[in-house]
Design a protein around this ligand. Structure first.
Ligand code: ADP
Length: 183
């Protein structure tokens, strides 16, 4: 499904983000940047060792104690179709009383800003924080779509932002968020 926001396409697809051709795909990483389960594991498995090497270098130089929640960094895409991987850390859901919403917004916004700062024009996101980090997908989808909508309304530097949802249920929840927020 495709929607237009100003000059850009906001796209929702159901699928595996490691198959997506985009200037950058976003990894729902953890602060170690050294890999994990879920989408993180899938990206490193298919992307190969180069991505992990670059993550280790980032840890050794910029972020020796780990990447703080809400921040984003970029590596090459290794063997993936995507040219780059943007690694961001979403919040762990703690019941909604611990600034999770603000941190999730930051994760999306910093990923988008980083893409623009590198001159990238197409970017694909998974549903950050709604797997192992247990953020309720109804709330997370509204935050995700809201941030992207605001961002696209204020830039002409991005051509396409895609959300890659892993299940039919998540796809339908994100579609409802788009229908509610873009009308
Ligand atoms: P987090 O720790 O941020 O919650 P997870 O990777 O556990 O990250 O889950 C985030 C979302 O990514 C979940 O909806 C999960 O189903 C989904 N996911 C897992 N693997 C993939 C994949 N290969 N492509 C797209 N989405 C994926």
């Amino acid at each position: 499904m495709e929607f237009i926001v100003r000059n850009a396409v906001l796209q929702l697809i159901k699928g595996d983000i490691t198959d997506v051709e985009a200037d950058a795909i976003v990894n729902a990483a953890n602060s170690t940047l050294l890999g994990g389960g879920g989408v993180d594991g899938a990206i490193h498995r298919k992307g190969g060792p180069k991505i992990l090497e670059e993550c280790k270098r980032i840890r050794a130089t910029e972020w020796p104690d780990g990447l703080p929640t809400g921040n984003a960094v970029i590596t090459s895409g290794g063997n993936l179709k995507a040219k780059y991987v943007i690694h961001t850390v979403g919040p762990v859901w703690m019941g909604g009383f611990h600034v999770e919403a603000e941190l999730l917004k930051r994760a999306y916004k910093n990923s988008l800003k980083l893409a623009v700062s590198k001159g990238l024009r197409t970017i694909a996101f998974p549903s950050i924080s709604t797997g192992a980090y247990r953020y309720p997908v109804e709330e997370a989808s509204r935050i995700a779509i809201g941030v992207v909508k605001d961002f696209l309304e204020n830039t002409d530097k991005l051509e396409k932002v895609t959300f890659v949802l892993f299940s039919n249920r998540d796809f339908n929840v994100y579609l409802q968020a788009v229908e509610d927020l873009l009308k």
